[in-house]
Design a protein around this ligand. Structure first.
Ligand code: UD1
Ligand code: CA
Length: 463
């Protein structure tokens, strides 16, 4: 058995992100609905490290506050921003000698755990640098290799001569090194360079000078290691993430009308032959069973849909669990706490909130069903409203199996409709209605025989 070396991750997040032109610190800028830093932390977490240290900058309390609920993070303040080497030096006193240190950047959000695993396993005996080849390497530190292809140094652009600048393999900023050696190198960093900073990248030449192997691992995908400095890059990352999410959905068996027009901002699992039309937005936890069809311009947020269920265009569902073969929308709004069993129909302009609808229940048109318990095969007619709120408290409406509620009915809760009851159209039902019978609550229709429609008065011709 080989001993597994414990891992400490250091995430550099002290940058102000001036180029974002935003009061929000850069690592808190949202990508797919959550901060950049949260993507980096999620990736780091997948490596099961011993500890994650986040280096945050002066004035970066908002960053710390945003992640206050993640108790496992260790926060290290870098009071002055003196360079990436200085930033890592703030965290290194917290890390034991026998650990490996993996340095990540808080503004490189698309990294994947597999890539980091490859870097760690490929450089287990020494220092590892994640690199990538770019068509345009402007602004980055260049990877210098010797004739045998071994990495010998990283040279920052501003310190590079013309030949070095011509190199296209760059440092992504992700570096792995053994803690004890790193501690020594960091203590010997100097800032006599073009930017007057303590460069983390200078440890590479130090390691080489000490005969320690330095391995440059190339990332396959330039998107994955792209750093975010500007709004444009943030938008590009969003696009890249969308493409990645679309690929994952298709790999699971989804059919996408247009892979470029789907937004995934959460954890989505799909069964086979799920069809997602254009401009579908999936947020939070979404589970779609086999054969589910989702029409265009639908938003699903924390939703489970059983096999064969269809959601028609322009519907918004949040916090909903739905059984099989249901029909929802178009223009359905189903709000949190709603549980729909199998074969339920929620039609156009119907709002459902915090209600349970049993198998085969239907509300096809223009209704509000709130805080209700709706039995099997109940039919709720057009324009029916549960009056669940008395201005202070919410009350429940209970409708028994097989009841038929006519159109335009007001059910004033708390109220119970018995199984198999029929409620006449236009009724205002404020008392319980018995099972199996017709209940009506409306004034009898009358016709006034000799009534005449008023006519407009002639204007007074005056004296
Ligand atoms: C750094 C690398 C460069 C690499 C590039 C990749 C160095 C010296 N250079 O350059 O080789 O190609 O990243 O994007 O490491 N940070 C701190 N404290 C500091 C300075 C930086 O926390 O004092 C953080 C930043 O917030 C950022 C990361 O470190 O997340 C990188 O810093 P940045 O200033 O962007 O470095 P570059 O000059 O771009
Ligand atoms: Ca940068």
């Amino acid at each position: 058995m080989t001993e597994v070396t414990p891992l400490s991750v250091v995430v550099l997040a002290a940058g102000a992100g001036k180029r974002m032109r935003s009061p929000l610190p850069k690592v808190l800028q949202p990508l797919a609905g959550r901060p950049l830093l949260s993507h980096v932390l999620q990736c780091a977490d997948a490596l099961r490290p011993d500890a994650i240290h986040v280096v945050y900058g002066h004035g970066g309390e908002a960053v710390r506050a945003r992640f206050a609920d993640v108790a496992s993070l260790r926060w290290v303040e870098q009071a002055e921003r003196l360079g990436t080497g200085h930033a890592v030096a703030q965290a290194i006193p917290e890390i034991a000698d026998h650990h490996r240190v993996l340095v990540l950047c808080g503004d490189v959000p698309l990294l994947q755990p597999d890539t980091l695993e490859a870097l760690l396993s490929g450089s287990a005996q020494g220092v590892g640098v994640l690199t990538v080849e770019l068509p345009d390497a402007t602004g980055y530190g260049r990877i210098v290799r010797d004739a045998a292809g071994r990495v010998t140094a990283i040279v920052e652009e501003r310190d590079a001569d013309e030949a070095t600048r011509a190199l296209r393999e760059i440092n992504t900023g992700v570096i792995a090194a053994p803690a004890a050696r790193l501690r020594g190198w960091l203590s010997r960093l100097r800032n006599d360079n073009a930017q007057g900073e303590y460069y983390l990248t200078d440890i590479i030449a130090m390691a080489v000078a000490e005969g320690m192997p330095v391995v440059g691992i190339r990332a396959g995908d330039a998107d994955e290691v792209a750093g975010i400095n500007t709004r444009q890059q943030l938008a590009d990352a969003e696009t890249a993430l969308r493409r990645r999410a679309a690929r994952m959905l298709m790999a699971q068996g989804a059919i996408l009308a247009d892979p470029a027009r789907i937004d995934v901002r959460g954890e989505v699992t799909v069964g086979q032959d799920v069809f997602l039309d254009a401009n579908v937005t999936l947020e939070g936890r979404v589970e779609l069973g086999d054969g589910v069809r989702v029409g265009p311009n639908v938003v699903l947020r924390d939703v489970t849909l059983g096999a064969g269920t269809e959601v028609h265009p322009f519907s918004l569902l949040e916090g909903v669990s739905c059984g099989t073969h249901c029909q929802l929308g178009p223009y359905a709004r189903v709000r949190p706490g709603s549980q729909l069993a199998d074969r339920v129909k929620i039609g156009n302009f119907v709002e459902v909130k915090n209600s349970r609808l049993a198998d085969g229940a239907k509300a096809n048109h223009l209704s509000y069903v709130g805080d209700a318990e709706v039995g099997r095969d109940v039919n709720i007619g057009a324009g029916t409203i549960t009056c669940n709120y008395d201005g202070a408290n919410k009350h429940r409406t209970v409708i028994g199996d097989g009841a038929f509620i006519g159109s335009g009915v007001e059910l004033v809760a708390p109220v119970e409709i018995g199984a198999g009851a029929t409620i006449g159209a236009g009724s205002t039902i404020a008392k319980d209605a018995p099972a199996g019978q017709l209940t009506l609550a409306r004034t009898r229709q009358t016709t006034l025989r000799h009534w005449q429609r008023p006519t407009k008065k002639r204007p007074d011709p005056g004296p």
